[in-house]
Design a protein around this ligand. Structure first.
Ligand code: FMN
Length: 177
């Protein structure tokens, strides 16, 4: 299947991207085609709720989101990759999700598969339940099939991440798709 990986960290070689690379390695070995969109380094203006998308049929912001939208409307699976910022995904990734507002119905009709990969400094159980719950809700609302998550607790630096069991977990997750 065609898998689009949306990476939401400003750290190109950071922890969440290390986990994403492991996932990609496994998924490619399993025969899937991967497209990575580094949304943290793309220009995506936050939604301003002007409803222009619904009244005039297009977004007032002509930015990189057009490219993201085009990809997501033909992909079979989206993998959301993010560092944990105050118990949630990064603002860069959230901006992309908020812009779904302009093509919500088209997305919902497609029953896309979805997965979540995150990295947090905290290594206790309290670090991730909020983002996991948010992702579950998002999947239900968007008609995404929730394929699961790699919740990279204790992945506060690339060095820690490289030593973490989550590297193998991410690889096996991709391989098992
Ligand atoms: C603005 C900001 C907020 C953060 N909030 C949290 C947090 O709530 N919990 C946590 O465990 N780590 C938090 N961290 C640490 C990052 O999640 C952690 O360093 C992660 O490994 C960064 O991933 P990256 O290298 O993929 O960007 C925060 C870091 C920043 C910069």
């Amino acid at each position: 299947m065609n898998i689009t990986v949306l990476t939401g960290s400003p750290h190109v070689n950071g922890s969440s991207n290390l986990l994403a690379k492991q996932f990609i390695k496994g998924a490619e070995e399993a025969g899937h085609q991967i497209k990575v969109l580094d949304v943290a380094h793309m220009s995506v203006h936050p939604c301003i709720a002007c409803d222009h998308c619904h009244t005039a049929g297009s977004c007032v912001f002509q930015d990189d989101n057009q490219k993201i939208q085009k990809n997501l409307l033909k992909t079979d699976m989206i993998v959301f990759v993010s560092p944990i910022y105050y118990y949630m995904i990064s603002a860069q990734l959230k901006a992309v999700i908020d812009r779904f507002y302009g093509y919500n119905d088209e997305m919902r009709e497609r029953h896309i598969k979805a997965a979540l990969i995150t990295a947090s400094d905290d290594d206790n159980d309290d670090a991730m339940p909020y983002v996991e719950q948010y992702f579950g809700k998002l999947c239900r609302y968007m008609n995404f099939t929730n394929c699961g998550s790699v919740l990279g607790t204790g992945c506060g630096t690339p060095e820690k991440t490289l030593l973490s069991e989550h590297m193998k977990e991410a690889y096996q997750f991709g391989q098992a798709l």
